[in-house]
Design a protein around this ligand. Structure first.
Ligand SMILES: NC(=O)c1ccc[n+]([C@@H]2O[C@H](COP(=O)([O-])OP(=O)(O)OC[C@H]3O[C@@H](n4cnc5c(N)ncnc54)[C@H](OP(=O)(O)O)[C@@H]3O)[C@@H](O)[C@H]2O)c1
Length: 298
């Protein structure tokens, strides 16, 4: 690994993204802290990050990036590459939580959630991969969730967005390993960030109201998640560790959580099952990590 990495982070205005920015930059990594609308809704967040960078001489650059907009993603990635010459790590962090009984979630709400939590990383990965292939290395990091491996009632659409992200990130890991590019998944449990305050609620209340006692489930879950939430710095420290791990030695999945709901067991079993599936299809050689190799690429 080169000692200092160039890292692009989505959703850096608040929460994990903001913590990742500061944690990585304090270790000397160059960070492109991207967010939507840094001149408007996030003006205050953008200027706080810039002020911190100025005060402590940290290598942080704030860029505009809305993960639901292809052109915005393209502009941010081009600007980062123009400035730093490369992107070593792309952290797909932007996302939000949707809570409510599944029948009460409208199609439009479901589409919007998938557009951010799932298609956002699709856009970012498609924009950064040509650069990573040219560099013959890089890391696609995906901030999934414990809810990308286990399911709770009233969290179905959020879980679906993270399950989808997990599947995509795992498929990328097989396809890109031969080109020296790693795809990794971080699965945080519940941590204190603004996420619970900005939760979107299922819009169709008339449907919710027909569910009797079951309609109280979202509130019970949200209270349990908020009251047991851990210190988000644990997740930032995990991300730092992943960024600083030498190429080829990273795991596919990192579960980090105040509580283990059995996710580690699922991951361990999944690793075994997937290895035999890959073997059964005769793909073990094609999916092996090869440092610095860029077979069939630009
Ligand atoms: N906190 C937890 O317990 C927890 C657990 C597991 C996984 N996660 C995941 O961690 C990630 C970060 O969440 P957080 O907990 O740090 O919550 P957060 O503070 O609410 O951060 C979410 C970030 O995503 C950004 N975002 C939303 N839509 C966007 C878009 N279209 N384009 C660009 N940025 C967008 C938000 O930006 P704006 O300021 O513009 O809204 C914000 O910066 C999410 O993917 C979440 O699912 C969180």
């Amino acid at each position: 690994m080169k000692s200092k990495q160039v890292v692009l982070i989505t959703g850096s205005s608040t929460g994990f993204g903001r913590l990742f920015t500061e944690t990585l930059a304090r270790k000397g990594h160059t960070v492109f802290a991207t967010m939507r609308d840094p001149g408007g809704r996030n003006a205050q967040n953008a200027s706080e990050i810039r002020a911190l960078a100025e005060k402590d001489s940290l290598p942080i650059h704030v860029l505009e990036l809305d993960v639901t907009d292809d052109a915005s993603v393209g502009r941010a990635v081009d600007a980062a590459v123009a400035k730093a010459g490369r992107i070593d790590v792309a952290i797909n962090n932007a996302g939000y939580y949707l809570s409510g009984l599944e029948e009460a979630v409208t199609t439009e709400q479901a589409q919007r959630l998938m557009d951010t939590n799932f298609l956002g990383p699709v856009r970012v990965n498609r924009a950064v991969l040509p650069h990573m292939r040219r560099q013959r290395g890089g890391v696609l990091m995906h901030i999934s969730s414990g809810a990308g491996r286990v399911v709770l009632p009233s969290v179905g659409f959020y879980c679906a967005s993270k399950f989808a992200l997990e599947a995509l990130a795992e498929a990328y890991s097989y396809e890109l390993a031969g080109q020296g590019i790693e795809s990794v998944i971080v699965e945080p449990g519940q941590y204190e960030t603004p996420i619970f305050g900005s939760t979107v609620k299922a819009a169709d209340e008339a449907r919710t109201n027909t569910y009797g006692a079951v309609k109280e489930i979202p509130a019970k879950i949200n209270a349990a998640l908020s009251s047991t939430a851990g210190n988000a710095q644990e997740v930032a420290d995990t991300v730092l560790r992943i960024v600083e791990t030498p190429a080829g030695e990273r795991q596919l999945r990192y579960f980090v959580s105040p509580q283990n709901f059995g996710v580690e067991e699922i991951n361990a079993l999944s690793k075994q099952v997937q290895a035999s599936v890959i073997e059964a299809f005769g793909l073990a050689v094609d999916t092996k990590f090869r440092k610095g190799k860029a077979a069939g690429t630009v």
